[in-house]
Design a protein around this ligand. Sequence first.
Ligand code: DX5
Ligand code: ZN
Length: 214
Amino acid sequence: MIVSPSFLAANFGHVAREIEMINESEADWLHLDIMDGVFVPNISFGFPVLEAIAKRTQKPLDVHLMTVNPEKYISRLAKLEVAIANVHYEACPHLNRVISEIHESGMNAAVTLNPSTPVCMLEDVIQDLDMVLLMTVNPGFGGQKFIEHSIDKVKALKELINRTGSKALIQVDGGVNAETAPRLAEAGVDVLVAGSFIFDNRYPKARIRDLKAL
Ligand code: DX5
Ligand code: ZN
């Protein structure tokens, strides 16, 4: 399993220490949630903080843009050598163009679906995607309850990927924990994002290891 700890749940009073923990852990990537208070009802952190994190971390950056007009930020993400730029389907009326811009900037392109957006909406872009992120809670906050219907969505996405021969990875984000993670793995998930399950635990590196083993 690919594991991408969500930095939103880190202790922001000790950012350097938290990044050090991630660097020393078996985490594959670092998941960074950018929120604008418009697309989602919360604001997290922006470019000044992202730049500081990018300088210190040794893991590839997996950036989840929860903003309107995410295309505005593509070139700035590329400058930070971000590995994966992830935009919401619901924020992009011209999704095909945004995906091309991400690829032209040298990054992997991922698209996120809110819990209320069906997998079939990706039918016409799935071949161009490196990853699809299925939100398993409504985006905006950490520590929320996993939405059960997500398991069926993972299976539907797996079917679409197999049918079209797409190489897209399946990522999930929200409410991933010891109970939900094995079921998500079983349903066909490739990448687990986890925030509170990792950072709110006394032994975060051990929790990362638990998810890696799935
Ligand atoms: C929520 C964010 C998540 C969040 C997950 O909008 O996209 O990445 O940090 O938090 P947990 O794992 O605590 O549900
Ligand atoms: Zn996220």
